[in-house]
Design a protein around this ligand. Structure first.
Ligand code: GLV
Ligand code: GLV
Length: 321
């Protein structure tokens, strides 16, 4: 009989079409996340799970799924929502979607950087609310990238793609910090430095690393206090990288100049959250990979990850412990 796959959301159809050729599919056919109790009920007896970053894949869920489950594939590059150790213990392959979203995510990172540095949020609201009086020499001045030092925390696929895209803007120096010096660095002219050095010397600090138990809350009060007063902080990784109370304090006291976030804790951020009251903080609703090309490719890669695992093969993009 055909393997059973549960798809936890309405997703780009091209991925579902790939799975339909060989599998029987049941799907949470909504644009909103499947409620937890519904998810737990629906994974029972499935061979594979096509999930999103909004689904927590933990021991409880794996227990409910039962012993047939062989593959968990997430339509995301991040897999911090999946207990990969527990999956490995049960011989369940875990798939993710690197590469196909690198360009889109790098573009959005640069967009957020430019938008924050050049104060677009304040400019747009000034035009809209009538506080645009006239052209003024120093009104809404921000910082350009020309001659700037950019620090990238996490020079992986996305961090490297960001560095490449920044070079034509005339940045002076790209610094990076990562677990180890990477060979990507040479091709983008990035210099390996300690995190402290990066924080102290960068005009722009970009968070482009994967969230882990070890680096959770890395951008805390101590980190913001080391940054330059003109520093702009950008996060397109995971909200969990940042202590948001510390960020609010740093932004509201002028310890740093601005922040651009595509990710927050929680998501969505409550509309009465203090960060939303700040003119120097731009917050986007986790859209870094949101191009049609990228989202379709993510859906297809997730499906191919599942198909491979169900045929007893290694996934095209399998998480390695
Ligand atoms: C998005 O955040 C992803 O991990 O793909
Ligand atoms: C992280 O997953 C990256 O692609 O850089």
């Amino acid at each position: 009989s055909r393997p059973l796959v549960y798809v936890t959301r309405r997703v780009p159809q091209s991925g579902v079409d790939i799975l339909r050729k060989t599998c029987d599919i049941s799907q949470w056919n909504s644009d909103d996340p499947v409620p937890r109790d519904e998810l737990l009920r629906n994974v029972e007896g499935k061979d594979a799970l096509f999930c999103l970053l909004t689904d927590k894949i933990d021991k409880e869920l794996l227990d409910r799924a039962g012993s047939k489950l062989r593959a968990v594939a997430t339509m995301s590059v991040g897999y911090d929502h999946i207990d990969v150790v527990e999956c490995s213990r049960r011989n369940i392959s875990v798939g993710f979607t690197p590469d196909v979203l690198t360009s889109a995510t790098a573009e959005l990172t640069v967009s957020l950087l430019l938008a924050t540095a050049r104060r677009l949020k304040e400019g747009i609201s000034a035009v809209k609310n009538g506080s645009w009086g006239t052209w003024k020499p120093l009104w809404l001045c921000g910082q350009g990238l020309d001659g700037a030092t950019v620090g990238i925390v996490g020079l992986g696929r996305i961090g490297t793609a960001v560095a490449k895209r920044l070079q034509p803007f005339g940045v002076d120096k790209i610094l990076y910090n990562d677990a180890i010096e990477t060979k990507n660095a040479r091709e983008v002219g990035a210099h390996f430095v300690s995190l402290d050095e990066l924080l102290k010397n960068s005009d722009f600090v970009l968070c482009c690393c994967a969230l882990t138990d070890e680096n959770k809350g890395l951008f805390n009060e101590a980190a913001f206090s080391k940054m330059k007063k003109n520093a702009i902080f950008i996060n397109t990784s995971r909200g969990g990288m940042v202590n948001q109370d510390a960020l609010f304090k740093a932004l509201s006291t002028g310890q740093i100049a601005g922040a651009g976030l595509d990710v927050t804790t929680p998501e969505p951020l409550p509309t009465n959250h203090p960060l939303l009251t700040l003119d120097n903080c731009i917050i986007l609703p986790h859209i870094a990979s949101a191009t049609y090309k990228s989202r379709y490719a993510m859906s297809e890669l997730t499906a191919r990850n599942i198909s491979a695992a169900l045929q007893g093969q290694e996934m095209p993009c399998q998480v390695k412990l």
